[in-house]
Design a protein around this ligand. Structure first.
Ligand SMILES: Cc1cc2nc3c(=O)[nH]c(=O)nc-3n(C[C@H](O)[C@H](O)[C@H](O)COP(=O)(O)O)c2cc1C
Length: 137
C-alpha cells in the first residue's frame, strides 16, 4: 500500500511535563497502530515536530483531529509527500524530548523550526526529513 509522510510543527500552548508527553504518546500509540500509522513526535520545550506515516486519506483525517488539540497551536505542515519507505516502521508513535539531546543537534532543528515559523522555504522540505532521520538513529 502506498504511504505518505506528513511533517508538521506546532507551538505548545503550555510547558509539557514528562507525564503530559507520555499521555500524548499513549493515546497516539493506541490510535495509530490499528490505522497503520507510524511516526515520531519531537518536543523541545516549546515546539512540537511530528512525523506521521501512513495511508494518505488516514493521515489527512488524523492530522485534522490532531490540529484541533488545545495542547498546541499554530500548526503548520512542512511536508506531505508520498514515501517509498517508512522512517519509523517500528513505532506507532516514538517520542523524543529534545531537552535531553545534544546541543549541536538541537541547533540544526531550531534552524528548521525558525524557517517554518517565519514561513520561509527551507529549500525543499527534504532537509527536515533528513534531520528527522538523524534524530531517529
Ligand atoms: C502534539 C500532539 C501530537 C499528537 N499525536 C497524535 C497521534 O499521532 N495520534 C493520535 O491519535 N492522537 C494524537 N494526539 C492526540 C489527539 O490530538 C487527540 O487528543 C486524540 O487523538 C484523541 O483520541 P481519542 O479520540 O481516542 O480520545 C496528539 C496530540 C498532540 C498535542
Amino acid at each position: 500500500m502506498s504511504i505518505n509522510q506528513l511533517v508538521y510543527v506546532s507551538q505548545a500552548t503550555r510547558k509539557m511535563s514528562p507525564s503530559d508527553l507520555a499521555g500524548i504518546q499513549d493515546t497516539a500509540k493506541n490510535n495509530n497502530a490499528p490505522l497503520d500509522v507510524t511516526g515520531s513526535l519531537f518536543y523541545n520545550g516549546g515546539w512540537f515536530l511530528q512525523v506521521l506515516e501512513g495511508p494518505v486519506a488516514t493521515l489527512d483525517k488524523l492530522y485534522q483531529k490532531i490540529e484541533l488539540d488545545p495542547r498546541h497551536k499554530n500548526s503548520r505542515v512542512l511536508y506531505n509527500e508520498p514515501a517509498k519507505f517508512r522512517t519509523f516502521p517500528r513505532w506507532s508513535m516514538n517520542m523524543i524530548n529534545l531537552n535531553d539531546r545534544q546541543a549541536d543537534k538541537y541547533d540544526e532543528l531550531v534552524e528548521v523550526l525558525e524557517a517554518a515559523q517565519a514561513n520561509r522555504r527551507i529549500g525543499s522540505a527534504a532537509p527536515a526529513v533528513a534531520l528527522l532521520k538523524m534524530f531517529a538513529s
